[in-house]
Design a protein around this ligand. Structure first.
Ligand code: CTP
Ligand code: MG
Length: 229
């Protein structure tokens, strides 16, 4: 079965401090945005990409899509104030009721193998997300005072893509809007319907580029992949 993917790319990359959208930074001479899109462009199960963008980036993104031959983009949709607004704008343009993935443009290292594993699970269950078990010991802290040590075996770090049946995801977004609820991922909106979400184990390479030091990790991942090709 095939899917469509919404890619939120309408942020400003403030924490990266690059003076422009971090998605325009290059890794191995190719913009982060293109790394992230290429995986879906080359995936035979991906029917189309809906890209949420900031109006100030439109001309530049448009010319990058042309330059790198990205053909699956069905629409460039204006993003909103929050990531959730950007995705909601994109979601409203989807027409068919199949599986929808949401993947942050700031995660350029997602692998096709993991997308397909996620897709299979979402087809079975309606809602699946990808993540990795937490490696550090985790504590809850208030005003620099340790409140508790959380049992690590039940903690997972959550990534994207996240995959849902379209009818379920749009219902979750509508409900969140009615309740003025802003979540930090799509799953949290679906969870509060409530609807059960299944976790699929991904890998630690699927990092989000957020701050400057993430670029060092990104270079290392690229080197590792070049070495294994
Ligand atoms: N995003 C979006 N619309 C927004 C905010 C974020 O589409 N209003 C996108 C970003 O472009 C990114 C993804 O959501 O691909 C994850 O967001 P984040 O890593 O926070 O990126 P930015 O918001 O760009 O960075 P910052 O929060 O540091 O400004
Ligand atoms: Mg942000």
């Amino acid at each position: 079965m095939t899917y469509q993917v919404i890619i939120p790319a309408a942020g400003q990359g403030k924490r990266m401090g690059a003076g422009k959208n971090k998605l325009l930074l290059e890794l191995n001479s190719i913009p982060v945005l293109i790394h992230s899109l290429k995986v879906f462009e080359e995936d035979e199960l991906c029917e189309g990409i809906i890209l949420a963008i900031h109006p100030q980036d439109e001309a530049e993104f448009h010319s990058l899509l042309q330059k790198y031959g990205v053909k699956k983009v069905l629409g460039l949709i204006p993003g909103g104030k929050e990531r959730q607004d950007s995705i909601y704008n994109a979601l409203k343009t989807v027409k068919n009721d199949g599986i929808i993935l949401v993947h942050d443009a700031a995660r350029p290292f997602i692998k096709k193998e993991h997308i397909h594993r996620l897709l299979d699970t979402a087809q079975e269950t309606g809602a699946a997300i990808i993540g990795v078990p937490a490696k550090d010991t985790m504590k809850t802290v208030r005003d620099h005072k340790v409140m508790a040590t959380v049992e690590r075996s039940s903690l997972w770090a959550v990534q994207t893509p996240q995959a849902f049946r379209f009818s379920l995801l749009i219902r979750a977004y509508e409900q969140a809007e009615n309740d003025s609820f802003i979540g930090t991922d799509d799953s949290s909106l679906v969870e509060r319907i409530p609807y059960p979400v299944t976790m699929v184990e991904g890998d630690y390479d699927n990092i989000k580029l957020t701050t400057q030091e993430d670029l060092y990790f990104a270079e290392a991942i690229i080197k590792k992949r070049q070495g294994s090709n």
